[in-house]
Design a binder for this molecule. Structure first.
Ligand SMILES: Nc1ncnc2c1ncn2[C@@H]1O[C@H](COP(=O)(O)OP(=O)(O)O)[C@@H](O)[C@H]1O
Ligand SMILES: [Mg+2]
Length: 267
Protein backbone atom coordinates (compact mmCIF):
# COMPACT_ATOMS: atom_id res chain seq x y z
CA UNK A 1 0.00 0.00 0.00
CA UNK A 2 1.40 3.38 -1.02
CA UNK A 3 2.58 5.95 1.48
CA UNK A 4 0.85 9.25 0.77
CA UNK A 5 2.58 12.60 1.21
CA UNK A 6 0.66 15.86 0.84
CA UNK A 7 2.64 18.98 -0.02
CA UNK A 8 0.96 22.13 1.24
CA UNK A 9 1.48 25.76 2.09
CA UNK A 10 -0.71 28.66 3.06
CA UNK A 11 -0.19 30.44 -0.27
CA UNK A 12 1.15 30.14 -3.80
CA UNK A 13 4.72 30.56 -4.91
CA UNK A 14 6.35 28.44 -2.22
CA UNK A 15 7.42 25.76 -4.70
CA UNK A 16 4.77 23.11 -3.93
CA UNK A 17 4.20 22.07 -7.51
CA UNK A 18 7.90 22.09 -8.32
CA UNK A 19 8.52 19.97 -5.23
CA UNK A 20 5.88 17.39 -6.14
CA UNK A 21 6.98 17.06 -9.73
CA UNK A 22 10.70 16.96 -9.01
CA UNK A 23 10.39 14.52 -6.12
CA UNK A 24 8.26 12.35 -8.41
CA UNK A 25 10.96 12.53 -11.10
CA UNK A 26 13.67 11.66 -8.59
CA UNK A 27 11.78 8.69 -7.15
CA UNK A 28 10.69 7.31 -10.50
CA UNK A 29 14.27 7.40 -11.77
CA UNK A 30 15.29 5.41 -8.74
CA UNK A 31 12.84 2.59 -9.06
CA UNK A 32 9.72 3.72 -7.18
CA UNK A 33 6.20 3.71 -8.55
CA UNK A 34 4.77 7.16 -7.87
CA UNK A 35 1.26 8.50 -8.39
CA UNK A 36 0.92 12.30 -8.51
CA UNK A 37 -2.37 13.93 -7.60
CA UNK A 38 -3.05 17.47 -8.78
CA UNK A 39 -5.45 19.14 -6.37
CA UNK A 40 -4.99 22.69 -7.64
CA UNK A 41 -7.62 24.04 -10.07
CA UNK A 42 -4.79 25.88 -11.82
CA UNK A 43 -3.58 22.49 -13.03
CA UNK A 44 0.12 23.43 -13.08
CA UNK A 45 1.22 19.93 -12.18
CA UNK A 46 -0.99 18.42 -14.89
CA UNK A 47 0.47 20.84 -17.46
CA UNK A 48 3.95 19.88 -16.46
CA UNK A 49 3.18 16.22 -17.02
CA UNK A 50 1.65 17.06 -20.41
CA UNK A 51 -1.89 16.09 -19.56
CA UNK A 52 -4.10 17.58 -22.29
CA UNK A 53 -6.13 20.52 -20.86
CA UNK A 54 -9.39 18.86 -21.90
CA UNK A 55 -8.55 15.53 -20.27
CA UNK A 56 -11.58 13.87 -18.75
CA UNK A 57 -12.37 12.55 -16.23
CA UNK A 58 -10.22 14.44 -13.74
CA UNK A 59 -9.88 14.64 -9.97
CA UNK A 60 -12.94 16.95 -10.07
CA UNK A 61 -15.07 14.04 -11.30
CA UNK A 62 -13.61 11.80 -8.63
CA UNK A 63 -14.53 14.32 -5.90
CA UNK A 64 -18.00 14.70 -7.40
CA UNK A 65 -18.50 10.93 -7.23
CA UNK A 66 -18.84 10.77 -11.00
CA UNK A 67 -15.68 8.84 -11.85
CA UNK A 68 -13.45 6.20 -10.35
CA UNK A 69 -9.82 7.04 -9.67
CA UNK A 70 -8.64 4.25 -11.96
CA UNK A 71 -10.44 5.89 -14.88
CA UNK A 72 -9.11 9.36 -14.12
CA UNK A 73 -5.42 8.46 -13.82
CA UNK A 74 -3.48 9.47 -16.90
CA UNK A 75 0.12 8.17 -17.04
CA UNK A 76 0.40 8.05 -13.23
CA UNK A 77 -1.08 11.48 -12.68
CA UNK A 78 -4.57 12.22 -11.46
CA UNK A 79 -5.04 15.57 -13.21
CA UNK A 80 -6.91 18.76 -12.40
CA UNK A 81 -8.20 21.72 -14.34
CA UNK A 82 -10.42 24.73 -13.64
CA UNK A 83 -13.46 22.51 -13.20
CA UNK A 84 -12.00 21.53 -9.85
CA UNK A 85 -12.95 24.98 -8.49
CA UNK A 86 -16.59 24.20 -9.23
CA UNK A 87 -16.29 20.69 -7.82
CA UNK A 88 -14.93 22.18 -4.57
CA UNK A 89 -18.04 24.34 -4.20
CA UNK A 90 -20.36 21.39 -4.77
CA UNK A 91 -18.34 19.23 -2.40
CA UNK A 92 -18.68 21.83 0.36
CA UNK A 93 -22.37 21.01 0.68
CA UNK A 94 -21.96 17.27 1.01
CA UNK A 95 -21.77 14.87 3.94
CA UNK A 96 -18.30 13.47 4.49
CA UNK A 97 -16.88 16.21 2.31
CA UNK A 98 -13.45 16.05 3.95
CA UNK A 99 -13.08 12.30 3.32
CA UNK A 100 -13.88 12.23 -0.37
CA UNK A 101 -10.36 12.14 -1.78
CA UNK A 102 -9.24 9.53 0.73
CA UNK A 103 -12.10 7.26 -0.26
CA UNK A 104 -11.52 7.88 -3.95
CA UNK A 105 -7.83 7.03 -3.81
CA UNK A 106 -8.23 3.85 -1.81
CA UNK A 107 -8.71 1.55 -4.79
CA UNK A 108 -5.60 2.70 -6.65
CA UNK A 109 -3.10 3.15 -3.84
CA UNK A 110 -2.18 -0.50 -3.90
CA UNK A 111 -0.40 -0.16 -7.23
CA UNK A 112 2.09 2.46 -6.01
CA UNK A 113 4.95 2.95 -3.57
CA UNK A 114 4.26 6.63 -3.06
CA UNK A 115 1.41 9.03 -3.72
CA UNK A 116 2.35 12.73 -3.83
CA UNK A 117 -0.48 15.27 -3.58
CA UNK A 118 -0.04 18.86 -4.79
CA UNK A 119 -2.32 21.34 -3.02
CA UNK A 120 -3.88 24.61 -4.14
CA UNK A 121 -2.48 27.88 -2.74
CA UNK A 122 -4.93 28.03 0.17
CA UNK A 123 -5.87 26.06 3.25
CA UNK A 124 -9.49 25.30 2.33
CA UNK A 125 -11.50 22.15 1.70
CA UNK A 126 -9.23 20.79 -1.05
CA UNK A 127 -6.16 21.01 1.16
CA UNK A 128 -8.13 19.42 4.02
CA UNK A 129 -9.10 16.56 1.68
CA UNK A 130 -5.44 16.17 0.74
CA UNK A 131 -4.45 16.00 4.42
CA UNK A 132 -7.14 13.50 5.33
CA UNK A 133 -5.96 11.31 2.42
CA UNK A 134 -2.30 11.55 3.53
CA UNK A 135 -0.03 9.71 5.90
CA UNK A 136 2.42 12.61 6.03
CA UNK A 137 2.22 16.36 5.49
CA UNK A 138 5.15 18.25 4.03
CA UNK A 139 5.07 22.05 4.25
CA UNK A 140 7.00 24.20 1.79
CA UNK A 141 8.07 27.69 2.70
CA UNK A 142 9.58 30.42 0.59
CA UNK A 143 12.61 32.11 2.09
CA UNK A 144 11.01 35.47 2.88
CA UNK A 145 10.49 37.68 5.90
CA UNK A 146 7.02 36.41 6.73
CA UNK A 147 7.59 32.77 5.95
CA UNK A 148 7.36 31.68 9.58
CA UNK A 149 3.78 32.96 9.80
CA UNK A 150 2.78 31.04 6.70
CA UNK A 151 4.24 27.83 8.09
CA UNK A 152 2.44 28.36 11.42
CA UNK A 153 -0.85 28.72 9.58
CA UNK A 154 -0.33 25.60 7.49
CA UNK A 155 0.67 23.71 10.60
CA UNK A 156 -2.49 24.83 12.38
CA UNK A 157 -4.55 23.20 9.65
CA UNK A 158 -2.49 20.02 9.91
CA UNK A 159 -3.18 20.03 13.68
CA UNK A 160 -6.90 20.64 13.16
CA UNK A 161 -7.14 17.75 10.73
CA UNK A 162 -5.27 15.55 13.15
CA UNK A 163 -7.51 16.47 16.06
CA UNK A 164 -10.82 16.22 14.29
CA UNK A 165 -10.50 13.83 11.36
CA UNK A 166 -7.26 11.92 11.11
CA UNK A 167 -5.28 11.28 14.32
CA UNK A 168 -2.58 9.29 12.48
CA UNK A 169 -1.58 12.14 10.19
CA UNK A 170 2.07 12.97 10.70
CA UNK A 171 3.78 16.26 10.09
CA UNK A 172 6.94 15.30 8.25
CA UNK A 173 8.53 18.73 8.32
CA UNK A 174 9.11 21.97 6.48
CA UNK A 175 11.43 22.62 3.58
CA UNK A 176 12.83 26.05 2.85
CA UNK A 177 12.35 26.62 -0.86
CA UNK A 178 13.46 29.18 -3.43
CA UNK A 179 16.23 30.26 -1.08
CA UNK A 180 19.12 32.55 -1.92
CA UNK A 181 21.47 32.08 0.98
CA UNK A 182 23.53 35.08 -0.10
CA UNK A 183 20.64 37.27 1.04
CA UNK A 184 20.15 38.25 4.65
CA UNK A 185 16.40 37.62 4.56
CA UNK A 186 16.83 34.05 3.30
CA UNK A 187 19.29 33.29 6.07
CA UNK A 188 16.97 34.87 8.63
CA UNK A 189 14.01 32.88 7.32
CA UNK A 190 16.00 29.68 7.76
CA UNK A 191 17.16 30.66 11.24
CA UNK A 192 13.67 31.53 12.44
CA UNK A 193 12.29 28.26 11.08
CA UNK A 194 15.05 26.33 12.82
CA UNK A 195 14.52 28.18 16.10
CA UNK A 196 10.82 27.47 16.00
CA UNK A 197 10.72 23.94 14.51
CA UNK A 198 14.17 22.48 15.16
CA UNK A 199 14.67 19.06 13.59
CA UNK A 200 11.46 19.40 11.60
CA UNK A 201 13.27 21.72 9.20
CA UNK A 202 14.83 19.70 6.40
CA UNK A 203 18.62 20.01 6.17
CA UNK A 204 18.26 20.56 2.45
CA UNK A 205 17.14 24.02 1.36
CA UNK A 206 16.20 24.31 -2.32
CA UNK A 207 18.27 27.06 -3.92
CA UNK A 208 16.66 29.81 -5.94
CA UNK A 209 17.48 29.91 -9.62
CA UNK A 210 15.90 31.28 -12.78
CA UNK A 211 16.63 27.85 -14.23
CA UNK A 212 13.48 26.53 -12.55
CA UNK A 213 11.21 28.81 -14.53
CA UNK A 214 13.13 27.98 -17.71
CA UNK A 215 12.91 24.26 -17.14
CA UNK A 216 9.18 24.48 -16.39
CA UNK A 217 8.63 26.45 -19.59
CA UNK A 218 10.46 23.83 -21.61
CA UNK A 219 8.75 20.96 -19.80
CA UNK A 220 12.11 19.47 -18.81
CA UNK A 221 12.87 18.24 -15.32
CA UNK A 222 15.39 20.35 -13.40
CA UNK A 223 17.19 17.04 -12.84
CA UNK A 224 18.11 17.11 -16.55
CA UNK A 225 18.00 20.83 -17.26
CA UNK A 226 20.40 21.85 -14.49
CA UNK A 227 21.67 18.76 -12.66
CA UNK A 228 23.81 20.82 -10.28
CA UNK A 229 20.57 22.42 -9.00
CA UNK A 230 18.63 19.19 -9.27
CA UNK A 231 21.07 17.83 -6.70
CA UNK A 232 19.07 19.79 -4.08
CA UNK A 233 15.98 17.76 -4.90
CA UNK A 234 17.88 14.47 -4.92
CA UNK A 235 19.09 15.33 -1.41
CA UNK A 236 15.58 16.31 -0.32
CA UNK A 237 14.18 13.11 -1.84
CA UNK A 238 16.67 11.13 0.24
CA UNK A 239 15.80 13.02 3.41
CA UNK A 240 12.09 12.44 2.85
CA UNK A 241 12.63 8.68 2.49
CA UNK A 242 14.83 8.68 5.58
CA UNK A 243 12.02 10.32 7.55
CA UNK A 244 9.53 7.78 6.22
CA UNK A 245 11.79 4.86 7.09
CA UNK A 246 12.11 1.83 4.81
CA UNK A 247 12.72 2.24 1.07
CA UNK A 248 16.40 1.28 1.60
CA UNK A 249 17.07 0.35 -2.00
CA UNK A 250 15.68 3.60 -3.39
CA UNK A 251 17.62 5.55 -0.78
CA UNK A 252 20.88 3.91 -1.79
CA UNK A 253 20.22 4.59 -5.45
CA UNK A 254 19.30 8.19 -4.69
CA UNK A 255 22.46 8.84 -2.74
CA UNK A 256 24.49 7.31 -5.58
CA UNK A 257 22.78 9.58 -8.12
CA UNK A 258 23.19 12.59 -5.80
CA UNK A 259 26.93 11.99 -5.58
CA UNK A 260 27.30 11.48 -9.32
CA UNK A 261 25.45 14.74 -10.02
CA UNK A 262 27.73 16.46 -7.48
CA UNK A 263 30.77 15.11 -9.37
CA UNK A 264 29.27 16.24 -12.69
CA UNK A 265 28.63 19.74 -11.36
CA UNK A 266 32.14 20.12 -9.94
CA UNK A 267 33.71 18.94 -13.21
N1 LIG B 1 14.05 26.89 -6.53
C1 LIG B 1 13.44 27.79 -7.31
N2 LIG B 1 14.08 28.92 -7.71
C2 LIG B 1 13.45 29.85 -8.47
N3 LIG B 1 12.22 29.72 -8.92
C3 LIG B 1 11.52 28.62 -8.58
C4 LIG B 1 12.09 27.60 -7.76
N4 LIG B 1 11.17 26.63 -7.60
C5 LIG B 1 10.08 27.02 -8.27
N5 LIG B 1 10.29 28.21 -8.87
C6 LIG B 1 9.35 28.99 -9.69
O1 LIG B 1 8.52 29.73 -8.81
C7 LIG B 1 7.17 29.72 -9.26
C8 LIG B 1 6.28 29.08 -8.19
O2 LIG B 1 6.66 27.71 -8.03
P1 LIG B 1 5.57 26.59 -7.85
O3 LIG B 1 6.27 25.31 -7.68
O4 LIG B 1 4.57 26.68 -8.95
O5 LIG B 1 4.92 27.05 -6.47
P2 LIG B 1 3.47 26.77 -5.87
O6 LIG B 1 3.00 25.48 -6.42
O7 LIG B 1 3.69 26.75 -4.39
O8 LIG B 1 2.62 27.93 -6.28
C9 LIG B 1 7.18 28.98 -10.58
O9 LIG B 1 7.29 29.91 -11.62
C10 LIG B 1 8.42 28.12 -10.51
O10 LIG B 1 8.97 27.84 -11.79
MG1 LIG C 1 1.27 25.00 -7.41
Amino acid sequence: MAVTITVLSQKGGTGKTTTVRTLADAYRRNGLEVLCVDLDPQGNLSDYFDVPPDASPTVADLLAGQARAADAVFADILPANLRLAEAELVLAGKMGRELTLKRGLREIKRGYDLVLVDCPPSLGLLTVNALVAADHALITSEAEYFSLQGVEQALEVVELVRESLHPDLEWMGVVLNIADMRLVHSREALRSLQERFGEKVFDTAIRRSVRYAESAERGVSILDYAPHLGADYLALAGEVLARLGGFEEARERLSASASSSAIASSA
